[in-house]
Design a protein around this ligand. Structure first.
Ligand code: GLV
Length: 314
């Protein structure tokens, strides 16, 4: 029996190395190279071609190669994991992923808070003009999405001295983080957030949640950081909100089309910071034990780690 990677646009070398280091006997295939489909027990996937999972009759587990599973859900033929006999679907939950994300967010927040965008623009004009410093207590950070990544980021930003609150779909006590939930509490949450961070999973409910209506409910001149998915944001609405001054700027790591097309207006926009989907990248060495543990659980009939809730879409 064997496992396979099905991730046409990703290099698997370091993943294979990390898995082989822990289990040199593990049989690993890489789609689409020819291999008997019936020998595959577990598939590691990222943007797999739709329908391809149907070719694997013995599949017991489909594992996303990241924290998100939206790339799996775009396949209409994805087997429903709640139906008996179908493979389980799991994602990777990893402390390093959470730590790296919180580090990126701390940097993005401080970049805005210490007004680096302004000073970078000033430098181009040889201009020396100090601004008044902003106050941390007046700068509330609102985090949409308080899963493992959101919680870790909230705590790190709190430690850095910011007031942080969060918003999620359903009620849940999260120690030290004032938390709003559901559509009913969205407006009051937004009205407090001088910096809005999107770390939501992409679902039918959250698609295009970052839109003109949302921006109009934030304090005037708020700052947006999107590290969720490109489809959380209505891109044209961001440009309008920046032009109108509803937002003072944005830091974007994810985009509707990736790589971001060369002629996209975001590239040249002076108030938009762009990074190429690197806020937190899955580290194969860090997640290899989790993958092997799930393979072992699969082989011994135990329930798998980090199974997704298909109804909730995350
Ligand atoms: C990256 O975007 C992930 O889902 O891990």
């Amino acid at each position: 029996m064997a496992i396979t990677f099905i991730c046409p646009d990703r290099d698997t070398t370091s993943w294979i190395q990390a898995l082989k280091e822990l289990d040199p006997t593990l049989e690993i295939r890489v789609w689409p190279k020819d291999h008997p489909r019936a020998e595959i027990e577990l598939a590691l996937t990222w943007n797999h071609p739709k329908g391809v999972l149907q070719e694997y009759p013995s599949l017991g587990c489909i594992c996303s190669m990241g924290a998100g599973i939206d790339h799996l859900l775009t396949d209409p033929s994805l087997p429903d994991p709640d139906l008996p006999g179908n493979p389980a679907i799991v994602r990777l939950v990893d402390q390093k992923l959470a730590w790296d994300m919180s580090e990126y967010l701390l940097l993005a927040v401080l970049h805005h808070f210490r007004q680096f965008n302004f000073y970078q623009a000033q430098k181009k004009e040889n201009n020396w003009q100090p601004l008044l410093p902003l106050g941390k207590k007046e700068m509330v950070i609102g985090i949409m999405g308080l899963g493992q990544l959101g919680k870790a980021a909230a705590k790190r930003l709190q430690k850095a001295g910011f007031y942080v609150c969060g918003w999620r779909d359903s009620p849940k006590e999260i120690d030290t983080i004032p938390t709003f939930h559901g559509r009913d509490q969205l407006d009051v949450f937004l009205s407090r957030a001088h910096i809005l961070i999107c770390l939501l999973p992409l679902t039918r409910q959250t698609r295009q949640i970052l839109n003109q209506d949302t921006f109009s409910k934030l304090p005037h001149g708020a700052y947006l950081i999107n590290v969720g998915r490109g489809d959380h944001l209505k891109e044209a609405d961001l440009l309008t909100a920046l032009d109108q001054g509803l937002l003072s700027g944005a830091c974007l790591d994810v985009f509707q089309t990736e790589p971001l097309p060369g002629d996209h207006p975001f590239w040249q926009h002076p108030k938009i910071v762009i990074t190429p989907h690197i806020s937190s990248q899955t580290n194969p060495t860090s997640v290899a034990p989790q993958i092997l543990s799930n393979l072992d659980r699969l082989r011994t009939g135990k329930s798998l780690l980090n199974q997704i809730n298909i109804k909730k879409e995350y």
